[in-house]
Design a protein around this ligand. Structure first.
Ligand code: HSE
Length: 404
């Protein structure tokens, strides 16, 4: 039998309590032993909640209770969550988390601490919500040398882009809908500026390439610069605008990781990933391309992944799982400037001026475009070359075009 404490009774934490209760009998049968929710730590009280009797406000009660062997951390952020995680691991309790910020920033040291104390630190829910991706990447694809991981990693931004593309909604109206549906982070800046996707690509890249990749090493651009004009131009050439997180291993062995809006060819499976859904493609030298798809955000899909980790920790008390990676450092990554691709450029310039600056171009058209606006696709070139060619051009949007 395992006793569980949940830290943070927000969207995910309350989902975990609900799944543990609703599926308790089924979980018990699978484990040949029960999993009981003993405490919920939060600064707030929840008098109307069916779990009100389990709410506590002092972490030390959990830390000192030898009955609690699994702690679920759904606080988020990297402050209190880090301290409580360290204290729980040091007290010999396994920790299960959905906290991508903490895993992306401090995963390496927390995994080391878990190993030192003979317990598990599991984080399947930190990337892709309910999509199984952490274990498949670490275990099922272990025989491959992975060359690229690429994905739609943020449900909120994918929802916003989908609503802009399909319903012509403004960015603000689409964001409001995403927040009402409980997809967005407490502060949606982390979603729309790409930080959430950055944390997730860091976790995937660290696992895939075996070395810690810190969010500070990953150039990140969100979708705040994507306009309905860009959506229309992308549509005119059979492409969809998607926010992608990518991590590519160069021939020098260093990782080029970045988050940025991309134009994705309509036939690419990533173009068909809509609403809050996420998808991750992994390219391995034995398997080729493999894609993982599912609900990337939301209370119950994320809770589903958390509870599966709780079951894993309960099942493997004596043989903890280590889904770990090695230390990071500056030499692990390289700037993505040498990653070559065609580019989409929308500028305040004539087509001739853009041709002069960019060389071979394919001009695009949209209804209602102002006279001085030109949008084009370029030939393939690295970011460095594009930047120097664009010197002196008043460009409003510059996005990569995803190649096969
Ligand atoms: N805000 C995140 C998203 C939640 O929209 O994908 C899941 O990590």
């Amino acid at each position: 039998m395992s006793k569980v404490a949940i830290l943070g009774f927000g969207v995910v934490g309350s989902g975990v309590a609900e799944v543990l209760q609703r599926n308790g009998a089924h979980i018990g049968e699978k484990l040949h032993g029960s999993v009981e929710l003993k405490y919920i730590l939060d600064v707030r009280d929840f008098p109307q909640s069916p779990f009100a009797d389990r709410i506590i406000h002092d972490f030390a009660i959990i830390e000192r209770d030898p009955e609690v062997d699994i702690v679920v951390e759904t606080i988020g952020g990297a402050r209190a969550a880090k301290e409580f995680t360290q204290r729980a691991l040091a007290a010999g309790k396994s920790v299960v988390t959905s906290n991508k910020e903490l895993v992306a920033k401090h995963g390496f040291e927390l995994m080391e601490l878990a190993q030192k104390n003979g317990v598990s630190y599991l984080y399947e829910a930190s990337v892709g919500g309910g999509i199984p991706i952490i274990r498949p990447l670490k275990q099922c694809l272990a025989a491959n040398e992975i060359t690229e991981v690429c994905g739609i990693l943020n449900g909120t931004t994918n929802y916003i882009l989908t609503r802009m593309i399909r319903a012509g909604l403004s960015f603000d109206a689409a964001l409001k809908e995403a927040q009402e549906n409980g997809y967005a982070e407490a502060d949606p800046t982390a979603d729309i500026e790409g930080h959430d996707a950055c944390r997730k690509i860091c976790i995937l890249a660290s696992l895939a390439f075996g070395r810690h990749i810190d969010p500070e090493q990953v150039p990140t651009e969100g979708i705040t610069n994507v306009s309905l004009a860009d959506v229309a131009y992308a549509d005119s050439c059979g492409r969809k605008l998607k926010l992608l997180g990518r991590a590519i291993r160069g021939e020098d062995g260093r990782i080029r990781a970045f988050v940025a809006p991309h134009l994705v060819e309509g036939e690419n499976p990533l173009a068909g990933v809509e609403d809050v859904f996420n998808a991750i493609t992994v390219r391995g030298n034995a398997i080729g391309d493999v894609m993982f798809y599912g609900r990337g955000a939301g209370k119950l899909p994320t809770a589903s992944a958390v509870v599966a980790d709780v079951m894993d920790a309960a099942r493997n008390k004596d043989r903890p799982k280590y889904l770990d990676w090695g230390p990071g450092g500056e030499s692990v990554t390289a700037p993505p400037d040498d990653v070559v691709s065609p580019w989409y450029v929308r500028a305040e310039a004539s087509a001739d001026a853009l041709r002069g600056a960019l060389g071979e171009i394919t001009p695009l058209a949209r209804a209602g475009a102002p006279e001085n606006e030109t949008a084009v696709l370029t030939a393939s070139m690295p970011l460095g070359e594009l930047k120097s060619r664009l010197a002196g051009v008043k460009a409003h949007s510059v996005f990569r075009v995803l190649e096969d």
